[in-house]
Design a protein around this ligand. Structure first.
Ligand code: ADP
Ligand code: MG
Length: 414
């Protein structure tokens, strides 16, 4: 009994570790290497089960490895199942005993089930999934207990049989349910982040379209002037130059905006802090103008970090946008970057309303917003998430009616 419970505990621990470390903290890694990481998760779980197994008569080894292997096959598909088959055989063989026959038969059946059912399984509703895995597990439990008895003529204690059957079947149900919760949580999270971004995209749209209209008006004015045949060559060149510059500016605002608005791949690459921060500033400038906020930047060159450009943009925009919104009557938004002990120090400071210590404490809590009707209260949560996923830290200092300063620290790339 104790050994079986220990097995179950190990399975839960591996699952919990996976959720907390891999899915949450190393999210971008998870998105990229999903299959491989799931294979590792299942392998570790199965191996742990086999290490803490119950040996019966030196011939049979009972443990709950069926649970990770079955779930891995159903969620991961036939290829993963085949790999698991090889892995389990590899680990089981050195233990010896006639029970190897048992393992081969059960593993072959699990792999067969993965081949036949995994596609259909993934489309099922939660309850149907749970019924399916639990019944599969029950059937396999019975078979694995009967093979020694019937085929190999080996007596196993009936109370152990019952105990094993119950633990394995119920254990499958519990682990599958937990796995489903983790998956659902993961999807909700991704949807929430996407939603928050669309919110920012739509809020920026108004100020950006306005900002694009200005260069068009200027360009139109100069083109009008150029119609006059009497103007001299120098003036003509100047007008043309200015008109072109204005058009380029409009073009760059639109293209930055579209890059940001576009759905993106999660790709960790080397990012130039200067380039990224400038891009965010360009995008937010129309919004700042609307609030009569002056943006002042002082960015050190040649600083590189590792990250996902679109995510980092999302993070910067949320911070800049909050800073601007904290200065409804105008003010100054300072953005500085420099280096300290192989870390990037990025500071975003406003001269706005500031926050009380209570508000400061709640910063980053989902749906915490003091902007009645206008805020989503998700911006800072997303900021914290993104910085965390990049192995960085963020600190906020604030004084009411004086302003707020955010300090982001991120590991630099050489
Ligand atoms: P939202 O902007 O939609 O309200 P956020 O998560 O971006 O949601 O911010 C949460 C809250 O934190 C804001 O409503 C505001 O009260 C506070 N806050 C964030 N940044 C600043 C800042 N720079 N100055 C003052 N208050 C801020
Ligand atoms: Mg905000």
């Amino acid at each position: 009994m104790k050994d079986l419970l220990l097995n179950l505990l190990l399975l839960f621990m591996v699952l919990l570790f996976f959720q907390l470390i891999v899915v949450d903290r190393l999210n971008s890694l998870f998105v990229k290497y999903q299959k491989i990481l799931i294979f590792i998760l299942v392998s570790v779980a199965a191996i742990l089960c086999m290490l803490f197994s119950i040996n019966i008569g030196g011939q049979f080894i009972f443990d709950l490895r069926l649970i990770p292997v079955l779930l891995g096959g159903l969620y991961g598909g036939p290829k993963l199942s085949l790999l698991l088959f090889i892995l389990v055989m590899g680990v089981r063989l050195p233990f010896g005993g006639i029970g190897i026959v048992n393992t081969i038969i059960i593993m072959a059946m699990v792999t067969f089930a993965a081949f036949m059912l995994s596609k259909r399984y993934r489309k099922l509703m939660l309850a149907e999934k749970l019924i399916m895995v639990t019944s599969l597990s029950a059937v396999f439990s019975v078979i694995s207990l009967l093979i020694p008895e019937v085929v190999l003529n080996f007596k196993i204690d009936i109370s152990f049989m019952l105990l094993f059957f119950i633990t394995q079947t119920i254990g499958t149900l519990m682990i599958a349910y937990t796995a489903e919760l983790i998956i659902e949580n993961y999807h909700l999270d991704t949807a929430l982040m996407k939603n928050e971004k669309m919110e920012v995209v739509s809020q920026l749209a108004a100020s950006i379209s306005h900002e694009v209209r200005n260069p068009m008006t200027v360009t139109r004015g100069f083109l009008q002037l150029l119609k006059d045949p009497a103007i001299d060559e120098a003036k003509r060149a100047y007008y043309l130059e200015t008109a072109l510059e204005e058009l380029d500016r409009a073009e760059s605002i639109i293209s930055d905006y579209l890059t940001f608005a576009k759905p993106h791949l999660n790709e960790m690459v080397k990012l130039s802090v200067q380039v990224e921060v400038r891009k965010a500033i360009d995008l937010i400038t129309p919004y700042a103008n609307h609030y009569s906020v002056e943006v002042i930047e002082s960015l050190q060159e040649q600083l590189y970090i590792k990250g996902d450009s679109a995510k980092f943009q999302q993070c910067l925009l949320n911070l800049l946008k909050n800073g601007i919104e904290a200065m409804p009557d105008g003010g100054i938004l300072h953005i500085t970057s420099n280096e300290n002990e192989k870390n990037l120090i990025l500071q975003i400071a406003d001269t706005g309303l500031g926050m009380t210590p209570e508000q400061l404490k709640r910063l980053g809590e989902p749906y915490f917003s003091t902007k009645e009707g206008k805020g989503t209260g998700l911006g800072m949560m997303v900021v914290y998430r993104i910085i965390e996923s990049m192995d960085g830290t963020i600190k906020a200092e604030s004084k009411v009616n004086k302003g707020t300063q955010f300090t982001i620290r991120l590991p630099l790339m050489t």
